[in-house]
Structures are given as C-alpha cells and as structure tokens.
Design a binder for this molecule. Structure first.
Ligand SMILES: [Zn+2]
Length: 240
C-alpha cells in the first residue's frame, strides 16, 4: 500500500513528483525527496480533487493521481505507445483496484468456429484457450481490445487461423525475460502465441509469417524482429 509524506525519500516519491508535474502542479524537481514544495503540490491537488487535504499520499490520493489518465488518452490510442508512457496510458498495475478497473474480456465469440482449436500451451489440446463455457475470448487491457479483435478477425478472414496451435498468455505481472524492467504482459497489452516452437532467443523460430502479419497490421510490435528474437510475443508498445 502506498504511503508517502513529507520527509520521505524513495522511488514512489519520484513518481509522485513526475505525475504532479505532468498534471500541471509544481512539486519541485523530481528528485524522490518529499520536501515542502512537494507537500504544497499535494495539498493543492487534494484541494482541487475533493480529497482530504492533509498533504499525505495514501491509497486514495495515489489512486486519484494515477487512474484518471485513461479516458484522457482513449481517443489517441491509434498507435502503440512507447514503453515509458505505459503507466500513464494503461495505469499502474501495482495499484489496488487496477485489475478491476483495467482488465476486461476480449470477446472473440463471433470467430469461435475458426479459433476453437487453439489450446493453452502449457496444458493439453483438450484445454481450450478461449472457451470459458459462457463466453469465448481472453482477458486483456480494455484499451487494447479493439486491436486484438482486429488481429484475430484478419486471421479468420484470411483463413490462416489454423496456423496458430497454442495460446500462451496475455495478462501476467512479471519482469521481461533476462531484464529488470516490467514485461508488457504486466499491463495486459501483450500476447504469446505458439510458445513451444518460438522460444525466447530462438533464432530458427516457427511463427507463421501470415499470423505475424495480422498482428503487425493491427498495430502490434512483433518480438520476432528483435535482435534477440521473442517470436511468440506480440505487444501493443514500441521498443523503449
Ligand atoms: Zn510475451
């Protein structure tokens, strides 16, 4: 749980300062030190937003600061953002309540006939990836639903959906493989397909070019093009 007040010094204070400055307040330099200027900015923000005006950043103030950026940017999400914008656009997945607010069902039921063969890669062909009895699809970030739907629709329309065998996950809070940065899966904006034939770092990967093309045309960035390939991986975010 977030708890920040004057005298504290840490990374969350830095994020607080950056966010306040982004919203037009003046917390002083983003140095991670909660001094009098930062406190003044917090007080002003709380006053403006009908919060308890105590200069202390707990869950309520933090949640207010970091949640309402979504509708602001909704209409501009035509292209994948850069990595450093992800928290601004998709929210902070570490915040309490973020999952309820941000994750939704990506409904693929109109394409069920063409996609029902896809199974969960770490299980067996009997474990259907998208068939949840009363709905058909998977869970992802609500802002990326139209892009995922577009990609799958293209596969179905082009008759190439059979080239996908397994689905290997979307939302999953974790670090990038071999790095200390958050994976784009943490925001529910990335998907892994046919993982066992397209391992991280595998250069002779087997991703069907027709499938990769559908994701790329729908706006996704394909890990198969990276210097160290991650060919199973498609994300709605450009390289950092
Ligand atoms: Zn991935």
């Amino acid at each position: 749980m977030v708890f920040l007040k004057k005298g504290m010094q840490n990374n969350n204070v830095k994020r607080l300062q950056e966010r306040l400055a982004h919203l037009g307040y003046d917390p002083g330099p983003a140095d991670g030190i909660f001094g009098p200027k930062t406190e003044m900015a917090v007080l002003a923000y709380q006053e403006d937003h009908g919060l308890s005006v105590d200069g202390i950043v707990g869950g309520e103030t933090w949640g207010s600061l970091f949640s309402y950026s979504m509708p602001e940017l909704l209409s501009s999400l035509q292209h994948p953002p850069i990595y450093s914008q992800l928290t601004d656009i998709f929210g902070d997945f570490l915040l309490p309540g973020w999952q309820e607010q941000s994750l939704v069902r990506c409904d693929l039921s109109s394409m069920a006939d063409a996609l029902e063969h896809i199974y969960i890669g770490w299980l067996t062909p009997q474990d259907k990836a998208f068939d949840h009895r009363d709905w058909f699809g998977f869970i992802c970030h609500k802002l990326v639903v139209p892009h995922f739907q577009k990609a799958f629709k293209m596969m179905v329309d082009r008759g190439v959906a059979r080239k996908i065998k397994t689905w290997d996950g979307c939302f999953n809070v974790r670090y990038m493989r071999g790095a200390s940065q958050w994976s784009t899966h943490s925001w529910g904006i990335a998907i892994d397909i046919d993982a066992q034939w397209n391992r991280f770092g595998q250069r002779d990967f087997a991703m069907a070019p027709e499938i990769a093309a559908c994701f790329e045309e729908a706006g996704f960035i394909w890990g198969g093009r990276w210097n160290r390939p991650d060919a199973m991986h498609f994300q709605f975010c450009t390289l950092r």
